[in-house]
Write a protein that binds this ligand. Structure first.
Ligand code: ADP
Length: 438
């Protein structure tokens, strides 16, 4: 546990004199979440005319949890719900003047719980908020539902807890979660995600590929799955099965046609991603590869928040300075959220002329390696420009499906092998550890 002597004076003040401590009996937005660390946070919001009028919290966590809840509720009061919904762990940490590294997860849990309370209001509370205000001393919920004030609140709280358990259960069955990120679009992020998933599956691993690129889901096209759909079953949504080892879920399977735009705001995206993680019957997976949209917006943030401490990032870039600058932002995004960075992969790194064999550095060279050195994250290799990658992507037959014959294929195979070796070591050392514990 972090010593309070490492707290800033603001954090110390919020830990010792928490604001908004206690449950609100007349709330219309509520959530309780148990974090991976075992701490539970519970938030209540009283929203009037779409603005948070009052907020309350309880937590069984340590001083850092109390400080985070206290400051989160302070940030929320007086703001429109839509604004409160997008309060992030970084906002909480900034308002506290930082927290020791080992307590930063408390800010992530506080932001997630606050967001869940907003969702609860947006789903059910708003209807009641539209009704005339309750008479003093009476309860808005009783007026609306003619039931006891405790019953719906308890019921909602149980629903949130059950949903959270389901999410944790699903996530527990996935050994490694790899978030493929890029600073910019068009650098080959989806190509890398698709081929990584295919290669790992070819190596005998059970793999899920989750495409959360809401505004440009390209995985169905890259894997030749544009005519496939997600189906439902008792166990949840059934992903599209490519073969025994590879299952795929993409936003693209859910929209009516390839040309239909997806117009989802932040809360809808978060809900969809949560559903993909919580309600999809992935089964046991060795790897879940997540293809995120470019940048550091809602979608990667949601995955990181929902996966808790379990996700790792693989960052794809092209070599030129413009792309590399964006990747620097990706690295600091991961650092701020305490997501381990597996490394930086430089794609489109030079083109070998098919006529003379000479290498031409169309987008310069070495930017990814230099940035990896500068930011002290591993450099995962260079994948050259290869016209076959374009052809294979367009035809829905990922190049990793075939035997490695091109320099790009070989570079990719090397990346995958290194990843498997590293996992084998870490898996066997954790198995050893488990054996020792037993
Ligand atoms: P992003 O997901 O970053 O937007 P994509 O994976 O959709 O990028 O790739 C954009 C385009 O670049 C696609 O047509 C893809 O086939 C092509 N591409 C990706 N990597 C390479 C490469 N190494 N050589 C040639 N073309 C590539």
């Amino acid at each position: 546990m972090a010593s309070r002597s490492n707290f800033s004076s603001t954090a110390l003040d919020h830990a010792r004199n928490p604001r908004n401590l206690g449950a609100l009996g007349d709330s219309n937005g509520h959530a309780r979440i148990a974090g991976p660390c075992g701490d539970t946070m519970e938030f209540w919001l009283q929203v009037r005319a779409d603005r948070v009028h009052r907020a309350g919290f309880l937590t069984d966590g340590c001083g850092a949890s109390t400080a985070c809840c206290s400051v989160a509720t302070t940030l929320a009061v007086g703001k429109p719900v839509e604004e409160v919904y997008v309060i992030e762990s970084e906002d909480i940490l900034t308002a506290l003047d930082g927290l020791p590294e080992e307590s930063r997860h408390c800010a992530v849990l506080a932001a997630s719980t606050l967001r869940a309370a907003c969702e609860d209001f947006l789903k059910s509370g708003r209807r009641q908020d539209d009704r005339p205000a309750a008479k003093p001393g009476s309860c808005a919920r009783c007026q609306a539902d003619s039931s006891s004030p405790e019953t719906p609140s308890q019921h909602e709280s149980d629903k949130v807890t059950a949903a959270q358990h389901r999410l944790e259960e699903r996530l527990c069955r996935i050994k490694h979660k790899i978030l493929v990120l890029s600073g910019k679009g068009g650098v080959g992020k989806s190509t890398v995600a698709a081929n990584l998933a295919v290669s790992l599956a070819r190596a005998g691993k059970k793999v899920g590929l989750l495409d959360i690129d809401v505004h440009g889901p390209s995985i169905p096209r890259l894997l030749g799955l544009t005519d496939r759909h997600v189906t439902g079953s008792e166990d949840g949504l059934q992903p599209v099965r490519v073969d025994d080892n590879l299952s795929v879920i993409s936003v693209g399977f859910l929209v009516p046609g390839a040309d239909a735009p997806v117009i989802w705001r932040g809360p809808m995206k978060h809900n969809a991603i949560r559903q993909f993680l919580r309600d999809v019957a992935w089964g046991r997976l060795d790897f879940l590869v997540v293809d995120s949209p470019p940048g550091t917006g809602d979608e990667p943030l949601s995955v990181v928040q929902l996966c808790g401490a379990g996700a790792e990032a693989l960052i794809v870039t092209t070599p030129q300075d413009l792309a590399v600058a964006d990747v620097r932002r990706c690295v600091s995004f991961c650092r701020k959220l305490s997501v381990p960075v597996l490394g930086i992969l430089e794609n489109m790194s030079g083109l070998t002329c098919p006529e003379c064999g000479k290498k031409v550095n169309l987008f310069k060279a070495g930017g990814g390696r230099a940035l990896a050195q500068e930011t002290q994250v591993p450099f995962l290799g260079e994948i050259p420009l290869d016209p076959q990658i374009v052809t294979s992507g367009d035809s829905g037959a990922p190049f990793a499906q075939a035997e490695v014959q091109t320099p790009a294929g070989a570079a990719f195979a090397e990346l995958v092998q290194a990843m498997l070796n590293e996992r084998r070591d870490s898996d066997s050392s954790s198995q050893k550890q488990r054996r020792t514990l037993v």
